[in-house]
Write a protein that binds this ligand. Structure first.
Ligand code: ZN
Ligand code: ZN
Length: 360
């Protein structure tokens, strides 16, 4: 029976032919998992029309044989990249593609040296990442579960927010609860920010205690069955002022506008612009300090990027976050983030947590 991994390798081989490459050196863990099912921490995968070969060290060879099917496993001798180079020297490939973003200069140097002068090295950025952008039905099903799980954790943890609790306690509760529900871990370092600390879009949990009349930003994601989710909710401890309510409404409207714009065929830059336009109407655009969203999948930040001016068009199977926010030094921040999947005829919100302002 053909595994999804074999189908993905066939799709990659077609792309190699279009790009006139004899093989591709794949060095990112998410991409080698995507193509083979191998979950080890070290490896170099070489994919060519003749088959796929995974070079890895003695810690992972048994695991690699168990996890993969139809993949040749080669035990590395010396360094990983020397071994990959020696393997390439022994096959008939001439034009070898590599990702200039993922492979370091030193790694490329030792691979080339071992492979000898016969080969030509062609920069081929993001070839596997381009395939990974279009999730199939099984991947979408897994991402739905990861999104629902993250939402359950958010809703539980909002119930724990009482004046006096510390940011790191809330962070620990979040990660404990996600693991208890079956996640293999957080998709990124959990963000818990109280009050003025929430003005930093990427605040790490500190010993700060929650006080009345503060904003709380919770931004978390889980890895479940290899796939990531990413959700943010902002709550207010007490009765929010008119200004905070207006800002929250602005962010929520911006997010709704961007979700509505995130349809099959839309340019990512136009999705970003939809959020920015609403915030401009609220005179808050200068407080929106990052891009509107990012692709999500085996990694928490993937293509496509939902940023200003991005010309890439959304396609069915893309999963992106939509996460506008406003940040004011000395006051705090408000961000609302959900994960959405683009289908041919509709856009599906994967994260299932109410988005209205919660006052506790
Ligand atoms: Zn997030
Ligand atoms: Zn995000």
């Amino acid at each position: 029976m053909k595994t999804p991994f074999q189908g993905r390798r066939s799709a990659l081989v077609s792309k190699l032919k279009e790009s006139k490459l004899d093989c591709l050196l794949v060095t990112g863990p998410a991409s080698w998992y995507y193509l083979t099912g191998f979950t080890g921490e070290s490896g170099a995968l070489i994919v060519s029309p003749r088959g796929a070969t995974l070079v890895t060290d003695g810690r992972f060879t048994v695991q690699a044989r168990k996890e993969t099917s139809g993949v040749r496993i080669v035990m590395q001798k010396g360094s990983l990249f020397e071994s990959a180079g020696l393997f390439l020297k022994g096959i008939s490939a001439r034009r070898v593609g590599f990702d200039p973003v993922l492979l370091t200069v030193a790694q490329l140097g030792s691979t080339r040296k071992a492979a000898g002068p016969r080969l030509r090295w062609i920069p081929a950025p993001a070839m596997v990442e381009a395939l990974r952008m279009r999730k199939d039905a099984a991947e979408l099903a897994q991402m739905r579960k990861a999104a629902v799980l993250a939402g359950e954790v958010v809703e539980e943890v909002i119930g724990l927010l009482k004046p006096g609790i510390r940011e790191f306690e809330v962070g620990a509760e979040i990660e404990y609860r996600m693991r208890k529900k079956g996640a293999s871990g957080p998709a990124f370092e959990t963000i818990v920010a109280f009050g003025a600390h929430a003005a930093l879009p990427h605040a790490r949990p500190t010993a700060k205690r929650l006080r009345k009349n503060e904003l709380v930003v919770l931004d978390l994601g889980v890895i479940l069955g290899h796939y990531c989710s990413d959700i943010t909710r902002t709550v207010f401890v007490g009765r929010a002022s008119r200004r905070i309510r207006t800002w929250y409404r602005g962010v929520l409207e911006a997010q709704s506008a961007a979700i509505a714009a995130a349809t099959n065929g839309a340019r990512c830059g136009d999705v970003d612009a939809a959020a920015r336009r609403v915030l401009t109407g609220y005179h808050l655009d200068h407080l929106f300090l990052h891009s509107t969203g990012h692709g999500l999948g085996l990694e928490v930040h993937e293509d496509p990027r939902v940023t200003r001016g991005q010309k890439k068009r959304l396609e069915p199977g893309n999963v992106i976050t939509i996460e506008p926010g406003v940040y004011a030094e000395g006051i705090g921040g408000i961000r609302i983030e959900d994960d959405v999947a683009v289908h041919a005829d509709r856009t599906e919100i994967l994260t299932r947590v109410p988005r209205d302002l919660i006052e506790i």
